[in-house]
Design a protein around this ligand. Structure first.
Ligand code: GFR
Length: 307
């Protein structure tokens, strides 16, 4: 079967650039939405030019120009959005364009985190992440657009080398704050693997109108297991400082909105175990079972580059 032509929206972003690379690597004709708003962001422009040199096609369109979006969508079969959390609701315009164009066989909106359908009780203000994703889902399903939602759980770079410490992306040297008793199971994903599983799902009928959960067995780890792996690799012993749940939540007080959102997200992940505290139901599939051929990166491997 001819491989789908893919349009990536948000293709210069943190996960979007990886989805562009995976799409090219898997032999899809790959188109990247190039927005005039890119302005003077030289890094993004040069990244786009490097993708163009690798065979991707840059498609000029603006989220503010409906006709340009319809014309862009008409050139492809599949649209993958990896728009950043700051602009989730711009995707409503993308849904309108896909609805009008009528040719899209699969639309993947910008998800790639915890399953928002399970976060109706999430804490303020971080709940906005999940509420906006659900608004996009309602628009997609209201327009009967064929879709796949990818719940990728925790991007390793934000949660693994730092042993899930907040406000840093680097390993702690002496002390490590432990959430509760550190035993809650969490799923960590190498970002390149997230992109691989995403691209594998776009032409897979088993993923049609389903949520694909990325839950590879060896990456389901507690914070204690993460700390032990790092201590083994680095030869260091870290002093553990337990943080009870209420004390952690209280740390929201008086901090900026970004930190408040993150504290909420961390609480759901590391105290409630929201990435692992449920069984995948009828509306879901697990990626490493669908695609066992993917040699996903284990977290010891991921940590080695930080030694
Ligand atoms: C795992 O799924 C999610 C993760 C999700 O669905 C929504 C949000 C998150 C992450 C955010 C990713 O940007 O939770 C926290 C946030 C990342 C972040 C890490 C923000 C502030 C920090 O201080 C931080 O410390 C590493």
């Amino acid at each position: 079967m001819e491989k789908s032509k893919v349009l990536v929206v948000g293709g210069t972003g943190y996960i979007g650039r990886r989805i562009v690379r995976a799409s090219l690597a898997h032999g899809h004709r790959t188109f990247i939405l190039t927005r005039p708003e890119i302005g003077l962001n030289i890094d993004k422009l040069q990244l786009l030019l490097s993708f163009k040199a690798q065979g991707a096609r840059l498609v000029e369109a603006s989220m503010e120009d409906h006709r340009s979006l319809v014309a862009a969508v008409k050139q492809v079969d599949v649209v993958v959005s990896a728009i950043s959390g700051l602009h989730f609701l711009l995707q409503l315009k993308l849904v309108e364009a896909i609805k009008e164009a009528g040719n899209i066989k699969r639309f993947l909106p910008s998800e790639f985190g915890i399953d928002p359908a399970r976060m109706a009780q999430a804490l303020e203000p971080g709940r906005v992440t999940f509420d906006e994703k659900m608004e996009i889902r309602r628009a997609i399903e209201g327009a009967n657009i064929p879709h796949t939602y990818v719940s990728a759980n925790c991007f390793a770079a934000f949660f693994v080398p730092n042993l899930s410490q907040m406000r840093t992306l680097l390993p702690p040297k002496e002390k490590v704050h432990v959430y509760g008793d550190g035993s809650v199971k969490v799923i960590f994903m190498d970002e390149d693997d997230v992109a691989t599983y995403t691209i594998k799902s776009i032409d897979d009928p088993r993923a049609l109108n389903k949520t694909i959960y990325l839950r590879p067995a060896e990456n389901i780890l507690s914070q204690n297991e993460l700390i032990a792996k790092w201590e083994k690799l680095s030869g260091k012993v870290l002093e553990r400082i337990p943080i009870p749940s209420d004390e952690f939540l209280a740390s929201m007080e008086g901090t900026d909105i970004t930190n408040q959102m993150a504290v909420g997200h961390f609480h759901h992940i590391f105290y409630e175990g929201c990435s692992t505290n449920f069984d995948i139901g009828e509306d879901g599939e697990e990626a490493s079972l669908l695609y066992p051929e993917v040699q996903y990166t284990r977290m010891e491997e991921y940590m080695k580059r930080y030694l």
